[in-house]
Design a protein around this ligand. Structure first.
Ligand code: SF4
Length: 259
């Protein structure tokens, strides 16, 4: 019997690559991961910031829309000072849109991406993502992150633009220094290429083929890399809590976004 078509996001790909068993717990068995209070606060701040950026893109006055969020409005204004091009259309643009969704059928699955902001011209494509972490990850880590790879891949496949004309930019709007002092917004910029596109296609084929096999046999193996279990909320269910060298570290439990 044919497997039902699944919609996959970058979160699915990351979990599948990190630990198929964890993928199964979250997406197949729909087990919830309770966020920590800090994780909850961060997620709420991030969601509200995204909403605010969407509202300003629609021309709504954000100070009126979010009077209780003075800090957030100040962050938006700091970003406007630093990168005014994000806030105003330039001549030659064919498309500028917030919360822009694209889908791509691929190897029996559908990839779904939602760009915080997309700006297309005849010769260029720009994907912008707002990040509200207090401490940005290393740039090399984000370059390899499935969000970067999938977002660029889907745009290359769903537009007329060649990969080398595409760029993805992450803007960090809330980060702080080691003393907890606010820093001005800053960005990481990733320019795409044909060789990256080919590598991503090969990795996506490998991962989706693997997922189809796992779904057929309904056996999702545990990761071999025990260190990953120390940051996993399913250690006890998974009987990995008693492994030697494993420490249960509840503070280190990662938040997993469900898309
Ligand atoms: S405890 Fe380890 S093996 Fe089990 S789901 Fe978590 S990461 Fe995977």
């Amino acid at each position: 019997m044919a497997l039902p078509v699944l919609s996959l996001s970058q979160t699915h790909l990351t979990l599948l690559e990190t630990c198929p068993r964890r993928f199964q717990y979250i997406f197949d068995q729909a087990l919830a991961v309770p966020p920590s209070p800090q994780g909850q606060e961060a997620a709420l701040w991030g969601n509200q910031f995204h909403l605010l950026m969407q509202q300003q893109a629609l021309g709504l006055p954000i100070a009126v829309m979010a009077p209780a969020h003075g800090e957030m409005v100040a962050k938006v204004e700091a970003l406007r000072q630093q990168a005014p091009q994000l806030f105003q259309a330039e001549p030659g643009e064919c498309l500028r849109q917030s919360e822009h969704q694209r889908t791509l059928a691929f190897n029996g699955y559908v990839f779904t991406v939602i760009y915080d902001l997309i700006v297309l011209t005849e010769n260029s494509g720009l994907i912008v993502d707002w990040k509200t972490y207090l401490k940005p990850p290393a740039k090399a880590r984000l370059a390899d992150d499935w969000q970067t790879r999938l977002y660029l891949y889907v745009l290359a496949e769903t537009s007329q633009l060649p990969p080398e004309k595409l760029t993805m930019v992450y803007w960090f709007v809330r980060h702080r220094d080691a003393q907890g002092k606010d820093l001005p917004p800053s960005d990481y910029r990733f320019i795409y290429s044909l060789s990256q596109h080919d590598r991503t296609r090969a990795d996506l084929l490998r991962l989706t083929d693997r997922l189809s096999e796992l779904r057929e046999c309904q056996v999702f193996p545990q990761t071999d890399i025990l260190e990953r279990c120390t940051r996993c909320p399913f250690q006890i269910r998974c009987q990995r809590a008693d492994e030697p060298n494993l420490l249960i570290n509840l503070d280190a439990i990662e938040e997993v976004a469900l898309h």
